[in-house]
Design a protein around this ligand. Structure first.
Ligand code: MIG
Length: 780
């Protein structure tokens, strides 16, 4: 195949203008700009022009730095504080070195940029790439080396080990070895392909079906710094509303008011904490978006008010498909205002989703985003606290859904077409190829497809902000693209109640985190099929560590609420959900780090121990922040497991037994125990248990200390408003030396309910009033 490609050729000349170097190649040109001393952009022309001088993922104007360039007979050399980019004139090969002249990254021969018809390629030579991480939401383990992937947002409910693609596209990977990490963000929204050594042991490559070769080389050297730099480009998540860190309950089939009210009452009667109840498509009138089925949900505003009164928030689903029904206001308006996607012939594209024939909003248009945002008012007025965006790949069936679901139930054949990826299959479950987007039909669906979900989530978020400027929403989305984290939380779609899917959530969420998305979760208990009692117990044990914690399941599956599996499992679920609520101050502080630096809450061990190879191989463990290591049980009947503990001392969370890390240990795990280990020197802020956020004033913040030295940055704000953006928050640094604890306000802007710290250290409590600014206490 390689010989079919046209390389960009040798370099003939170069010119520099406004912090941008243009290298004139034999066949194409390359613009290089320096975003920072660690981020370099390479943007190649296509047919000697650059049409794609915009980005859907990077929404800010990137500053560029002055370029330090030197030329000799053979090479062009560009230097930043940390990097040297060397371009060989004869072949156009790009090599990147660190400041001590170690080769970090290199093009493969002259194929750093090559073209074949509309496709643009970049081939890279294997240097020391021992692992590839990131790439968003993919099946398979943590390390993507030796595998290949396609990015084309797809509603595929199977999630088999080889299923690809799924709902999200993140053309970003992090290349790791024990000495350094770097990342590449390929800023191209067309179908993109990543072959990470599946074809060759000499090279790996990525390409796109169309668009331009525009990518950013992102240096670490640590994995965390790569993520920080990547999210500097694509953006970071805001502080989530505090209640969204609570337990959330959902099911397709909560189909009337009584069911919902009884559900809420049961949580409170059983004293099982819960903050959110979801309304799936059942609440709508004939699946018409922004309507309510008044028969099943009479006076829904009152229902939501009653739920709010007992501590529940309500989040409804919003799908993009608008039922084709001229008597239906949203459809009528959409037609009048020219809001729907069209075919190249100019007629409105009609597909099939739950409501039957549907038109789909074109979120690339400003006026459509504004219109759809305003439509949300209807939901906001009845008192919802967030918006759940589904089907936004966009998913659209080629024939009516009734037929579709029948054939699906019978033999699954329809979905099977995704087993092979011939060109046509890409369009079987979404818009056809000839749909266009944009004010002047300037975009093909091929270009917009992967960002449809991103634009919808942006619309939901921005629409919300206009309607309720000072209340943070929970926006949840199934589809997304790089940068989705600016707007939304992400759940991993239609998994099944399989042990394999409990396992797969572990590397999948780690890689989503590495891809810049901190607020992630999989449906606890599994969406499709019936969950067994044991599987539910094991899933909730790990689920309380998912940043986004939601139990959700499909219509007509067996009940999956925490009490549906008998008393023993109910007690286990209760114990763990309560533990989740105790950990919320810790989790919320980690969200501050995510907001500031993009560092995920749920972390691959490699983020904390970047030079420890063993961490790459143990993707069935993860860390929550820097202190808590979780080693889930994900096999039926399993009552013990081996755990890899990185170097240092560790404490068993349950028994406080000490372990020396840097080795594998074996631990028992009876049904009600998930192995959890705490790093020496850890400082973990906790609240007392509560049934929902805000039930208690939390006047006491417990600070749990473990022997050894450590530090933790604690964050707090009102958990509701955007006032933190004006400095209304507190940041408190806890620093533990061997026998002293130093407490320092880094920022004091919020008058919290907290009156005391209760320091817990080896079975001893010390209570201190929080009325002095900085102080140090002696623990002995
Ligand atoms: O075609 O709204 O992933 O969470 O319950 C199925 C019904 C549509 C898919 C979502 C799932 C949701 C379901 N939806």
């Amino acid at each position: 195949m390689l010989n079919k490609l046209t390389p960009w050729g040798n370099i003939i000349a170069w010119e520099e203008k406004k912090n941008e170097v243009t290298l004139i190649g034999e066949n194409e040109n390359l613009k290089i700009s320096i975003v920072s001393d660690k981020i370099i952009r390479f943007h190649f022309s296509k047919n000697r022009t650059w049409k794609h001088n915009y980005s859907f993922a990077i929404e800010k104007n990137l500053p560029t730095k002055e370029i330090n360039l030197k030329e000799d007979t053979d090479n062009i050399l560009i230097k930043t504080e940390f990097l040297k980019v060397l371009i060989r004139k004869d072949l156009g090969t790009i090599e990147i070195y660190d400041s001590s002249n170690n080769l970090l990254h290199s093009d493969y021969k002259n194929l750093g940029y090559a073209k074949y018809k509309n496709k643009v390629f970049s081939f890279k030579k294997f240097i020391q790439e021992e692992a590839f991480l990131g790439l968003g939401e993919k099946m398979g383990g943590l390390n993507k080396k030796g595998k290949k992937f396609i990015n084309w947002n797809t509603d595929d409910p199977h999630h088999y080990p080889h299923t690809d693609p799924l709902y999200q596209s993140h053309p970003f990977f992090l290349a790791w070895n024990p000495n350094y990490s770097y990342g590449i963000f390929f800023d191209n929204t067309f179908r993109t392909y990543f072959n990470m050594g599946e074809e060759s042991s000499e090279y790996y490559y990525f390409y796109a079906d169309n668009g331009e070769l525009d990518y950013y080389f992102i240096y670490g050297p640590t994995p965390k710094e790569v993520i920080e730099n990547y999210t500097y480009l694509t953006g970071r998540y805001y502080m989530p509303p505090l209640w969204s860190l609570g337990y959330q309950q959902s099911k397709w089939g909560y189909r009337d008011k009584n069911i919902v009210m009884n559900l809420a009452k049961t949580f409170r009667e059983k004293n099982i904490p819960c903050d959110v109840i979801y309304l799936d498509i059942d609440y709508m009138d004939g699946f018409r978006v922004f309507t309510i089925d008044e028969d099943k949900f009479p006076n829904i505003k009152d229902m939501i008010q009653k739920l709010n009164n007992i501590g529940f928030k309500v989040v409804p689903i919003v799908d993009p498909g608008v039922k084709k029904d001229i008597n239906y206001e949203v459809y009528k308006e959409g037609i009048e205002k020219d809001c729907f996607c069209k075919k190249s012939t100019g007629e409105i594209y009609i597909g099939y989703v739950w409501p039957g024939e549907c038109a789909f909003p074109d979120f690339t248009k400003d006026k459509v985003r504004k219109w759809w945002g305003e439509k949300q008012r209807k939901l906001i007025e009845i008192g919802v606290s967030g918006i759940w965006n589904d089907m936004n790949e966009p998913s659209s069936f080629p024939h009516p859904v009734e037929n579709f679901s029948k054939s699906f139930e019978k033999n699954n054949t329809f979905w099977g077409i995704f087993a092979d990826h011939s060109e046509e299959t890409f369009y079987e479950k979404t818009f056809p190829k000839d749909v266009t987007h944009g004010e002047k039909e300037e975009f093909s669906h091929d270009e917009i497809h992967n960002i449809y979900g991103l634009l919808m989530a942006k619309t939901s978020f921005e629409g919300w902000k206009k309607e309720k400027p000072n209340i943070r929403p929970l926006i949840l989305t199934r589809a997304g693209f790089s940068g989705i984290q600016k707007y939304s939380a992400v759940w991993t779609g239609d998994n099944k109640s399989w042990w394999e899917h409990l396992y797969i959530s572990l590397p999948m969420l780690q890689n989503l985190g590495i891809s810049g998305i901190p607020f992630v979760g999989a449906d606890v208990g599994g969406f499709g099929l019936d969950c067994s009692p044991e599987l539910f117990a094991r899933w909730i044990e790990v689920g309380i560590f998912y940043p986004f914690l939601r139990n959700h399941s499909e219509l007509n599956t067996k009940p999956q609420e925490p009490w549906s599996f008998g008393k023993e499992i109910e007690e286990i679920a209760k114990k763990y959900i309560k533990l989740r609520y105790k950990l919320i101050p810790y989790l919320y502080s980690l969200f501050y780090e995510a907001k500031e630096k993009g560092i995920p809450i749920l972390r691959s061990l490699i983020l904390e121990y970047p030079d420890d190879k063993e961490c790459i191989h143990n993707d069935d463990e993860f860390m929550i922040g820097p202190n808590i290591l979780v080693a889930p049980i994900y096999k039926e009947g399993q009552r013990a497991r081996t755990v890899y503990l990185p170097k240092g001392k560790w404490y068993d969370f349950w028994t406080l037994k000490t372990y020396e890390g840097g080795d594998y240990i074996s631990v028992k795990a009876p049904l009600d125990i998930i192995p959890i280990f705490i790093k020496e020197g850890s400082i973990i802020p906790m609240w007392e248990e509560q049934n929902y956020i805000g039930e208690k004033e939390n006047e006491i913040l417990e600070i749990i200390l473990f022997p050894g030295k450590g530090e933790f940055l604690y964050y707090e704000d009102d958990g509701i408003t955007w006032n933190y953006e004006e400095g209304i928050y507190n940041l408190i640094n806890f620093e533990k030396k061997d026998e002293t604890l130093k407490i320092t306000y880094i920022h004091r802007g919020y008058d919290s309910h907290r009156k005391k710290f209760r320091i817990k250290y080896i079975n001893k409590y010390v209570e201190i009033e929080d009325n002095k600014l900085d102080f140090e206490i002696h623990l002995d």
